[in-house]
Design a binder for this molecule. Structure first.
Ligand code: PLP
Length: 383
């Protein structure tokens, strides 16, 4: 099987697997225990926090470990809004955020908060001007993703951050960095980012671990109550082995970013050219595309049908995103971009990673040729 679904999850890096196994075998303490085994685990946790902080260019005190980016996004959004006492109850986000941001905002609306969902331009890029026009004096939080997980559109978060901080310095900026980290450079400090979410399993790390960078001085209401772990911000015994593995994955991802981006961009260009060759497919072409995502639509067919045809041909891809894969509903992201129903229900994401080579792109292109040949006669029948 050829796995072209690296935006959903990446194969674990062998060094990470070895590290996780080693920590699980050799360290059984609870980092909150004050005896030797506990302190040993606490030391591992401290070191992992330092490694993550260096990978992100922040201080260790600004790193909060979570169960993944879904939790990081929930905590960034609900924690910020529920923890306020200054009466500002307005959020600005975009209509194309990951489900964990979108659903958090929707939930807050049920509790009386106001949310502006800014639509992207037709190419999937959010205009900083349109976003900033939605911000007002009551806005407590702006939440924008770095890279859209469905289309691969890179969002101008640096410009958004710079302009937001000069116009509305009291509004906090949260960036969901899950699909950008390790693929694109981003200076969190220069971009004025107060909260930043990342996920280990998108970078060769274990599933079920993530972190939230919380800029020093930013106050959040914890979502999990109990012990005083994570500086009182997240109760529960830390997943020490996975956190140590995640730290290794984040370090490798940050160190290899420039090289990885150059390599993936070259693969992406070949693949995009292959998609463009097919008259039946519409390549999604954002102003700036992330190095690892190629997205197209096959109007007249359902995403799931295309996905399963490619699977029969030995290729794993994604319909919309992994979280939305089981629904036949039109993609919220493509609809927000103004795509009609035949396009919005036929999106396919191909995503690249460490293991891919030009040879694998060639094999994928062959499978794509066959899939288009098989499916083109059915195109439009069920419109
Ligand atoms: N944000 C984006 C942009 C994602 O792509 C994902 C995962 O698909 C998440 C958040 C959620 O990450 P996790 O799987 O760690 O909960």
């Amino acid at each position: 099987m050829l796995n072209f679904d690296h935006a959903a999850s990446t194969p674990a890096h062998p060094d990470v697997v070895a590290t996780v196994a080693q920590v699980m075998e050799a360290h059984s303490g609870n980092p909150s225990s004050i005896h030797r085994a506990g302190q040993d685990a606490a030391r591992l946790l401290r070191r992992a926090r330092e490694v993550c902080a260096a990978a992100l260019g922040v201080t260790p005190g600004e790193v909060l470990f979570t169960s993944g980016a879904t939790e990081s996004n929930n905590l960034a959004i609900k924690g910020t809004m529920l923890g306020r006492s200054d009466g500002r109850n307005h959020i600005v986000t975009t209509a194309i955020e990951h489900a964990s941001v979108y659903a958090s905002c929707r939930q807050l609306e049920d509790f009386g908060f106001e949310v502006a969902y800014v639509r992207p331009e037709a190419d999937g890029t959010v205009s900083p001007q349109r976003l900033l026009e939605a911000v007002n004096e009551r806005t407590a939080l702006v939440s924008v993703m770095h890279v859209n997980n469905e289309t691969g559109a890179v969002q101008p978060v640096e410009e958004i951050g710079r302009r937001l901080k000069s116009l509305h310095p009291r509004a906090l900026l949260h960036v969901d960095g899950v699909q950008g980290f390790g693929r694109l450079p981003l200076d969190l400090q220069a971009a004025g980012i107060d909260l930043y979410s990342v996920s280990a399993h998108k970078n060769g790390g274990p599933r079920g671990v993530g972190l939230l960078m919380v800029r020093s001085g930013v106050k959040l209401l914890p979502l999990l109550s109990g012990g005083s772990q994570e500086n009182g911000m997240r109760a529960g015994t830390e997943n020490v082995a996975s956190i140590v593995g995640a730290a290794k994955a984040f370090r490798l991802a940050a160190e290899g970013q420039a090289q990885r981006a150059a390599r993936l961009n070259a693969l992406r260009e070949t693949l995009a050219a292959e998609v463009r060759r097919h008259g039946a497919l519409t390549l999604t072409e954002p102003a700036q595309a992330a190095p690892h995502i190629v997205h197209f639509t096959f109007p007249g067919l359902k995403s799931q049908v295309i996905l399963h045809t490619l699977e029969e041909l030995g290729v794993l891809v994604s319909a919309q995103s992994a979280c939305a894969a089981k629904t036949e509903k039109p993609s919220r992201v493509l609809e927000a971009m103004g795509r009609d129903r035949p396009h919005a229900t036929s999106g396919i994401r191909l995503s690249l990673g460490e293991e891919h080579t030009q040879e694998q792109i060639r094999l994928l292109s062959e499978a794509l040729d066959k899939a288009v040949g098989r499916l083109a006669p059915f195109e439009g029948r069920k419109r």
